[in-house]
Design a protein around this ligand. Structure first.
Ligand code: NOJ
Length: 468
């Protein structure tokens, strides 16, 4: 790769006819959208309070205690390259873009004063996207809690849940005239992981906090949904949440109960709360044992109707009778050690559709960390291309089985900070040179772009035919 390249991004040549993975059209509903996802902390950089007005987040605290790790100081320098990045997304032909706003960038202390410079950054991003014909999908919280909020007890605290609803209001008042798609939280299960383990901020390693934090996050979600709805008198906005779902499948028949329990405890807890208005017995038992307070009013708040559900999907787990995760021989894994198993995505969507009354669904993240080949003629990643195709085919199957799927977002637009795992776990459809910050669209990104075009053409032809 030419390190001297002054261009903001490189769009190598790509011959769709010679693509190792065919560019084909999928049987998808009309208006199914394609795009990519990112999150604020993973791509923005520019965390210096002096020049940006941004407050400190729990991630600076986390990395300060672990100086050997990569951190988010520079990330992809997106804060300074926003316009070029949007131009690249447009050139890739994406119709939608999912990003998150940083709470400490907008409200440095989490409550009280608003940092106009921070809010303006997102307002400009939204304008740039809309002018480029790309619809913004905004996530209010993707893991970068203001440090000041953690001092109040973080997500164990009801006060923080209330502050979150106020923050939602600040963002909505500024961007609600232009952003239609709103999401409260990204992956509550992983936010919980930061409290019960050490792999993510704040890294408290206290297993007793599992249900306390999960439930409080759901309350915060409910408060924010209510606030957004109260301000959206025209009922113009779509409000949802993004959950990461990992189907837990039994290695043998005798492992069925253990698999179901793990699924209910870690993943279905959010679906049960939102769509059934009550948690499963496994969760209630754990709540009672750990002192989580759950009231009927909480459950009413949590189970307000949503306009859509976002699902982040990466892997399935297989467990034995003791509930221990086992690896099946021959299973193919990504650099994260996550099994590639798209069939489990179809199975999960079909069974969820029976168990819950679901709103329309978007796959809000799906992707693979793989070792790419960076060379002078581009960045080669055939496996990611195939991975994306396999998952789109899995979605196609779910649609054929009656699931209301509305869109697909690749994780990620570009290689970025994989949190405590640094920059070596590359998930992007665009490579980012860590020295020059030059972006190069990978083969998978070129394929994705050709595929989007082909599907749009097919849709347009279909419409023209039916109009005749
Ligand atoms: C889901 C998270 O939302 C995102 O931040 C993370 O980078 C990807 N999974 C990959 O682990």
């Amino acid at each position: 790769m030419n390190a001297q390249n002054k261009q903001a991004y490189v769009f190598p040549k790509f011959n769709a006819r010679r693509s190792p993975v065919p560019v084909r059209r999928y049987n998808l509903p009309k208006d199914f959208v394609f795009g990519a996802s990112t999150s604020a902390y993973q791509i923005e950089g520019a965390i210096d309070p002096g020049t940006t007005g941004r407050g400190r987040s729990i991630w600076e605290d986390y990395f300060a205690a672990r100086p050997h790790m990569d951190n988010g100081e520079v990330a992809c320098d997106h804060y300074n390259r926003m316009k070029e990045d949007v131009a690249m997304i447009k050139r890739m032909g994406h119709k939608v873009y999912r990003f998150s706003v940083s709470w400490p960038r907008i409200m440095p202390d989490g409550t009280g004063a608003v940092n106009e410079q921070g809010l303006k950054f997102y307002s400009d991003l939204v304008d740039e996207l809309l002018e480029s014909g790309i619809e913004p999908y905004l996530t209010l919280y993707h893991w970068d809690l203001p440090s000041a909020m953690e001092k109040l007890g973080g997500w164990t605290s009801r006060a923080v849940a209330a502050h979150f609803a106020d923050f939602a209001e600040v963002v909505l008042r500024r961007l609600g005239d232009r952003v239609k798609k709103w999401c409260t939280f990204n992956e509550p299960e992983v936010i919980v992981a930061g409290y019960i383990g050490d792999g993510l901020a704040p890294g408290l390693s206290n297993p007793k906090l599992r249900v306390i934090v999960a439930h409080n996050l759901m309350v915060a979600h409910g408060l924010a949904v209510k606030r957004i709805r109260s301000l959206d008198t025209a009922e113009r906005l779509d409000v949802g949440i993004v959950v990461n779902l990992v189907p837990v499948e039994p290695a043998t028949k005798s492992a069925t109960v253990a698999a179901r329990k793990m699924w209910q405890r870690n993943y279905a807890i959010y679906l049960d709360g939102i769509f059934h208005g009550k948690y499963s017995q496994v969760v209630l038992d754990e709540a009672a044992a750990t002192g989580a307070v759950i009231t009927d009013e909480d459950m009413a708040l949590i189970s307000q109707p949503l306009d859509y559900l976002g699902i982040n999907w990466y892997l399935r787990l297989v467990v034995n009778r003791q509930g221990r995760v086992v690896k099946l021989p021959g299973a193919e894994e990504t650099l994260m050690g996550w099994e590639i198993c798209p069939a489990a995505l179809s199975r999960m969507l079909l069974s969820m559709n029976k168990e819950y009354k679901l709103p329309p669904i978007y796959i809000t993240e799906n992707g693979a960390a793989l070792a790419d080949t960076v060379s002078d003629d581009g960045v080669h990643d055939n496996r990611r291309m195939l991975y994306t195709h396999e998952h789109l085919s899995a979605i196609e199957l779910a649609i054929a089985g009656g699931v209301d799927m509305r869109g697909y977002f690749a994780w990620s637009l570009m290689d970025n900070l994989e949190w405590s795992l640094g920059y070596s776990k590359t998930f992007g459809m665009v490579h980012v040179d860590r020295k020059t910050m030059v972006r190069t669209v990978k083969d998978s990104g070129m394929w994705y772009s050709a595929m989007i075009k082909a599907n749009k053409r097919a849709e347009a032809n279909k419409r023209a035919k039916s109009a005749r």
